[in-house]
Design a protein around this ligand. Structure first.
Ligand code: C5P
Length: 224
């Protein structure tokens, strides 16, 4: 089974308060994107890597410290919303059996997580996403903040990336023109089965300055 990976790195990262797009923020002298790509290149049966970068970001600047990348790697400009960026990347992924969509911001996701996602799709699921049990109780609320429900925590998962899909299923989902913050949601909407496999705390998304400090500590712990 051939695997194509789309790394979305076109977000602005406003919540991080950095002066460069989030994927290009440095941790111990390297961009978040470079950490993400380093792990992606170790994925078994990787046939195609597509990196989606902010509009106006040239290939050379985009790749900067992201080397080496596999031959045939493509860099394309993203769009205003994550969905637009995924759609742009998907258009370049070519003839592969399984497509993984991965956030550059989840730069430290272990290769084992990618492998679990690929294995679940190869075993027949239309899609698979990594997830962790939820530690907080989650409330559903209305516009006034009045609680409308308390789902049983045991049945909830907080999901991460990479999210993996049968390539034809994901293309059909994106062709539907729907939009979502999460690729799996599009595929679920079309009635396909998507499984949750074990995620990893290291697949955390760098979103706030506290997350960036955590990333710095993590990399420092490897160097020690
Ligand atoms: O903003 P957020 O952290 O949810 O973004 C998740 C991932 O999607 C990041 O890796 C970001 O670079 C990417 N993204 C994108 N294009 C956008 C918005 C987000 O590629 N328009």
């Amino acid at each position: 089974r051939s695997v194509g990976v789309v790394v979305v790195a076109a977000g602005s990262g406003t919540r991080l308060g950095a002066d460069v797009p989030k994927a290009f923020v440095q941790v111990a002298g390297r961009s978040l994107l470079s950490y993400a790509v380093e792990r992606v290149t170790q994925v078994a049966h990787l046939a195609r890597l597509v990196i989606v970068v902010p509009e106006g970001h040239g290939t050379a600047t985009a790749l900067g410290d992201v080397a080496p990348v596999p031959e045939g790697t493509v860099v394309v400009p993203g769009g205003a919303e994550r969905t637009d960026s995924v759609r742009a990347g998907l258009a370049e992924v070519g003839e592969v059996d399984i497509v993984l969509i991965h956030d550059a911001a989840r730069a430290f996701t272990p290769v084992a997580v990618f492998d679990r996602v690929v294995a679940a799709v190869a075993a027949g699921a239309s899609g698979a996403v990594p997830g962790l049990p939820v530690v907080d109780t989650i409330k559903a609320v209305d516009a006034d903040g009045t609680i409308t429900g308390t789902p049983d925590r045991a049945g909830l998962r907080a999901v991460q990336t990479p999210q993996g899909f049968d390539a034809d299923v994901l293309r059909a989902a994106y062709a539907s023109g729907l939009s979502a913050t999460d690729d799996a949601a599009l595929v679920e909407t079309l009635g396909h089965h998507v499984r949750v496999v074990a995620g990893d705390p290291l697949a955390f998304k760098v979103t706030t300055p506290e997350d960036l400090a955590r990333a710095e500590r993590l990399v420092a712990s490897w160097a020690a």
